[in-house]
Design a protein around this ligand. Structure first.
Ligand code: ADP
Ligand code: MG
Length: 366
């Protein structure tokens, strides 16, 4: 059991900064997910923690022990790699037993641990096979099984589900969450998939270009993104953005653009200094409604456009709208909606749901 702390950790490869000034505290037994686009520094972060690479500046702690100079094998962690990295010439059993043999454990002890891990992962029947005789899903379980035999204080997982098909991914997601509860150790999980991040993490840390953007619970990140990057990265279809201005009309502030006029919530002193200035307004697709199916009591403003594409998902319909100014946006509307391709429509925007961002810093105005 262990907490993990990064203190001002920077990693450079030559002139290139892969990770910049990362400060993060991960609690004992937490399930923390690092998420971000390809190349943002996720694998680098795990490799630094695992001791497979060394920091350029800063310190890493596991528990209260500074581990910068500690060899990988002494850090009490196990890593599941994206490629699984199973030894092809060894059986599943030997793949799982290998690290225990290196630790010098006795044969009986090893057998017991491998059996138990195999049982936990449901791969008891596969122990005598070689990796090439396994399906993708089975290999993934073996890779996780090989990590859990070591009973480490911290598990690192680098996109362990990215080679699985969609259905297996959903199943494996719940299995790993279950495993986390069962093992009661710290899990640090890396993915580029925001659905995995949202569903698995007790907190999620969003990285972009080596810089931590926000760390919070999935709900908080979704409802209060700190900046435009996080707002656009978390959520699918992505948040719609509108460029416009903040103006004062009567006793209220409004967001005004070619396509939209939205009254802002009345008591928001932080908006005052943006009066007359350009701002970016963000609206999530679920906050644009088919006016025929409005939740009772919702105060809305109209958004005119032409429907260019519809996707019926069964439980909802995603419609894509071309706005007058050449911009497009996505709406997630009621499944009974009859909005049709080519139709000119007026969607209803929930006026309490908007997010505003500074157009230069892209920081949220909250
Ligand atoms: N050994 C290396 N030498 C030079 N650049 C590297 C090295 N490892 C990673 N990088 C660069 O650092 C950035 C972050 O890489 P990585 O952490 O692997 O990203 P990801 O978030 O996709 O896992 C990328 O731009 C990558 O090209
Ligand atoms: Mg990676």
């Amino acid at each position: 059991m262990a907490s993990v702390t990064f203190k001002s950790v920077t990693k450079r490869y030559g002139d290139f900064v892969a990770l910049r000034d990362l400060d993060i505290e991960i609690g004992d037994r937490e399930f923390l997910v690092f998420v971000g686009p390809s190349g943002c520094g996720k694998t680098t972060t795990l490799r630094l923690l695992a001791g497979l690479d060394s920091v350029t500046t800063g310190d890493i702690y596991i528990g209260d022990r500074r581990v910068n100079e500690l060899a990988s094998r002494d850090r009490d962690i196990a890593m599941v790699f994206q490629s699984y990295a199973l030894y092809p010439h060894m059986t599943v059993y030997d793949n799982m037993a290998f690290s225990l043999e290196l630790q010098g454990l006795g044969r009986g002890d090893i057998q017991q641990r491998v059996q138990r891990a195999a049982q936990q992962m449901g791969i008891e029947d596969l122990l005598q096979r070689k990796p090439k005789e396994l399906s993708g899903g089975q290999r993934q379980r073996v890779a996780v099984g090989r990590a859990i035999v070591r009973n480490p204080a911290v598990f690192l997982m680098d996109e362990p589900l990215s080679n699985l098909d969609a259905q297996l991914r959903v199943q494996a997601r719940t299995e790993i969450s279950h495993l986390h509860r069962e093992l009661e150790s710290t899990f640090i999980y890396v993915t580029h998939d925001q659905v995995e991040a949202m569903t698995m993490g007790s907190r999620i840390a969003i990285l972009n270009q080596g810089v931590l953007q926000q760390i919070d619970t999935p709900q908080a990140v979704y409802s209060s993104p700190k900046n435009k990057f996080v707002a656009g990265f978390i959520g699918s279809p992505a948040m719609n953005f509108f460029e416009g201005a903040l103006v004062e009309m009567g006793d209220r502030l409004w967001f005004k653009s070619d396509a939209l006029s939205l009254p802002l919530p009345p008591t928001t002193p932080q908006y005052q200094r943006y009066i007359g200035q350009r701002v970016i307004c963000g609206l999530r697709p679920e906050d644009l409604h088919d006016a025929c199916y409005l939740p009772p009591g919702m105060v809305t403003a109209p958004l005119k456009g032409t429907i260019t594409h519809t996707e019926s998902m069964g439980h909802e319909v995603i419609v894509y709208l071309a706005l007058g100014d050449g911009q497009s946006c996505a709406a997630r509307v009621d499944r009974r909606s009859a909005l049709a391709l080519g139709e000119s429509v007026e969607l209803a925007v929930n006026t309490t749901a908007l997010h505003l961002f500074d157009p230069h810093t892209e920081v949220a105005l909250i």
